[in-house]
Design a protein around this ligand. Sequence first.
Ligand code: EPZ
Length: 416
Amino acid sequence: MAELTINGRRRLTGELSVQGAKNSALPLLAATFCVPAKCLLQNVPALSDVSATLAILRHLGCTARRNGETVAVDATSPVRYTIPESLMRELRSSIFLLGPLLARFGRAEIFAPGGCDIGARPIDLHLAAMERMGAVIRKADDKITMRVPHGLHGAEINLRFPSVGATENILMAAACARGTTHLHGAAREPEIVDLAEFLNRCGAKIRGAGESLVVIEGVRRLHGCSYRVMPDRIIAGSCLSAAAVTGGEILLRGVDHAHLAPILPAFRRMGCRITAVNDALHLRAPRRLTPFSTLVTAPYPGFPTDSQAAFLAMACTASGVSRIEETIFESRFRQAREFSKMGAHIVLRGRRAEIYGVPRLHGARVEAMDLRGGAALAVAALCAEGQTTITRAELIARGWEDITGTLRRIGAQTNG
Ligand code: EPZ
């Protein structure tokens, strides 16, 4: 088990560059399976979830090679349409191979995906959408077998919830389907736009990505391309939080300001001064943060559920009461008890958390429950008195590239 140790109470200052986005790199890697040619993806972060996805692509018969931040995938000659449970369980985004498998083989044999334990995380929206496009499903125990007897065809699809993953699967399945798909109620996250732009660069005809109605006109075949993964807006927020919680100052390079629009007002409400400097963001924090009042998570362009844990961490030592309502996942406050071991005062009521700021946290031995919760413990440890050890730190490595090196670069005392 990996452990991350942090000695807190150091004011963090300096410059950082944002890594490539995990939640874009993963669907983009899956989308390369739709392309019977070689694709080059740049700015791919070095994460365990990326390695797990490359293992699935190789299992399916692709060549997948990393050279620094660039990953080359060649899906010209896939050899199988089955993914074993061991590979599916590694991560949530293994489900993103469903659409590409049906598009390339007309069949898929998979299992329910894994992923962070933050709720039930069903895949009914994915499966129903594939059925709308001509797939026939058979479930036996945990195994899901899908066939498309007459090939995927365009459809009118209405998502009851703007599921990010289901939207991505539909874009990949519809790109080469026979006819046109109208997707209503699509997720609007920037990662959806990144995926659509990649597929269009491969020759797809997708219009409206980033809006609720996306129209995908199926084409016969996609061709290879080179594409740069967008910056990680969630890790950008985590880096800003690391400086903010220590009363520090940071210049964060390589950000897309529009992607951070949902979280910057909350930083400002906490007393941080934030200015845009070309493709960078400068944050200067007050000695002590003030409460952000209330945050309610929502699908983009609302406040991102993946960023709420970092704000909960900052609220632990703010000068008052802050409130968070988590509307996306039903178990995203499990981390709260670990913050309490550090002296935080958090009251949970269902999907609501009330955080009563205390003057100071103290170091403790705490356990990461999931990627974003673990990253938030690191944020809290940065301002805690003494040493904090975070166990199961491998969960953080799923999405935060070299957290130890990153925090050290702005003056933190860490090892792990
Ligand atoms: C993606 O997960 C992200 N993961 C998550 O990030 C992120 O929190 C989430 O989108 C919401 O923004 C990746 O992109 C790899 P959803 P996904 O489908 O696609 C329900 C992180 O830390 N739902 O938008 O699984 C579901 O239960 C991770 O990086 C169904 O009911 O999220 C949830 O309540 C965590 N049926 C809601 O929709 C379905 O078929 C949002 O899920 C699918 C989803």
